[in-house]
Design a protein around this ligand. Structure first.
Ligand code: GLA
Length: 423
């Protein structure tokens, strides 16, 4: 073979490799840390009557108001950047001739290109909901079935940055084929879009190896509700599958336990702390669902707690797990940065009191644990801070030391154990 032949063969191989990357796997370079943002569904559901409910209906004005508040109230400054439209934004039918999806004319009178521009001008990113099947989950608009390429192109024209693809009405659809196929169409547009899949939620035995190749995040549990019970169920659901779930998550690919319901009606202050702490342990996307205009100040402070957000966004991207569970007491541990100079991790540790301890279910409970039993084995020890009050330094703890904490019912205490260096 001549040098020229050899050179052109190498070029062809490189071109083929690049082509494969662009159309086979996801590797869109996005979501290196779990996405953060806002989505209306749990709070605003599918309210479409803007005459009766002008503040609550799914409309251009809800998203413009929320974009303004994400910035003016300081949420975007701590990382909440994706503003995502959930279900109920569409006209009930596609365009008669072009078959394109259309936003509801009355609720989105200036169209989605206008809204996406507004959101981008605020320095935020724009997300949009769709469904892989015949119709969206609220039976609302048309699903993507039969129109993957067209819908991906339409999303790219609207400058969408994040696609949440649900999985309702999927008769005769093989999700293991359909989700990758839609993802390929997104890739082909050339516009980077985070790809959030509900794929495993709709399957009995999800193939996470496959899912993580094609999606940036995936729902694995029921829709979250605004209650402590629902948060607890989601945690338990994760715990049951954690050997599998922790294996597959990492930079670019995340388990999604659904939205943060903090700031609504039913979570106490302690339960709000609990949801935030555990979502940070899980390396979960932090997607709020609330009315940013009415979030109480103490909940806003929680949502903007930089120390906890830093745990959630830890660059190692190793999701945590529940390492101890007894009655209503649980301990959740996540390895995080920094490593010390001997290669030992630091850790975020959450102590949970689900709140039905006998003999006093509604009292705070004390828990004592020797740290090495949690896997904290750095001989030089750990500097400890309370992540809800990171000003206070709790001192140095060695692996054989006993750590004592007192936890409110339906609550959590949350600490960072930073591995000490050898000098
Ligand atoms: C499903 C999803 C929810 C929401 C609704 C909208 O239930 O799991 O997160 O998107 O559909 O209809």
């Amino acid at each position: 073979m001549s040098r020229e032949d050899c050179y052109s063969m190498r070029l062809a191989l490189v071109a083929r490799f690049l082509w494969l990357c662009s159309v086979v796997g996801l590797e869109n370079g996005l979501a290196r840390t779990p996405p953060m943002g806002w989505m209306p569904f749990e709070r605003f559901r599918c309210v479409t009557d803007c005459v009766k409910f002008p503040r609550d209906c799914i409309s251009e004005s809800l998203f413009m108001r929320t974009a303004d508040l994400l910035v003016s109230e300081g949420y975007s400054a701590v990382g909440y950047e994706y503003l995502i439209i959930d279900d109920c934004w569409m006209e009930r039918q596609r365009h008669e001739i072009t078959k394109e999806l259309m936003p509801d004319r009355e609720r989105f009178p200036r169209g989605l290109y206008f809204l996406s521009d507004y959101i981008h001008n605020k320095g935020l990113k724009f997300g949009l909901y769709h469904d892989i099947g015949e119709r969206t989950c609220m039976h609302f608009g048309p699903g993507a079935k039969g129109y993957y390429a067209l819908d991906a192109k339409t999303f790219a024209i609207w400058n969408v940055d994040y696609v949440k693809l649900d999985g309702c009405f999927i008769k005769n659809i093989n999700l293991d084929i359909a989700y990758p196929a839609f993802g390929r169409e997104l890739n082909k547009t050339g516009r980077p879009m985070v790809y959030s899949c509900s794929w495993p939620y709709y399957q009995k035995h999800p193939n996470y190896e496959l899912i993580k190749k094609h999606c940036n995040l995936w729902r694995f549990a029921d829709d979250i509700r605004d209650s402590f019970d629902s948060v607890g169920k989601t945690m338990y659901n994760y715990y049951k599958q954690q050997n599998n779930l922790t294996k597959h998550a990492g930079p670019g690919h995340w388990n999604d336990p659904d939205m943060l319901v903090l700031g609504n009606y039913r979570l106490s202050y302690d339960a709000s702390r609990l949801q935030l702490a555990i979502w940070a342990i899980l390396a979960a996307p932090l997607i709020m669902t609330n009315d940013l205009q009415t979030v109480r100040p103490e909940i806003k402070t929680l949502l903007q707690n930089r120390a906890i957000i830093e745990v959630d966004q830890d660059p190692l991207g190793i999701p945590g797990r529940c390492v101890y569970i007894a009655g209503s007491f649980q301990i959740w541990v996540r390895p995080v940065m920094p490593f010390n100079n001997m290669g030992a991790h630091s850790y975020a540790v959450a102590f949970v009191n689900i709140g039905n301890y006998e003999p006093c279910p509604l009292c705070p409970q004390t828990h004592e644990v020797v740290l090495e039993r949690l896997g904290l084995k750095n001989d030089l020890g750990y500097k400890v801070i309370d992540l809800f009050d990171s000003i206070e330094d709790l001192g140095l703890f060695k692996p054989k030391d006993t750590f004592i904490t007192r936890i409110n019912p339906s609550g959590v205490t949350f600490f960072k154990f930073t591995a000490v260096d050898m000098y």
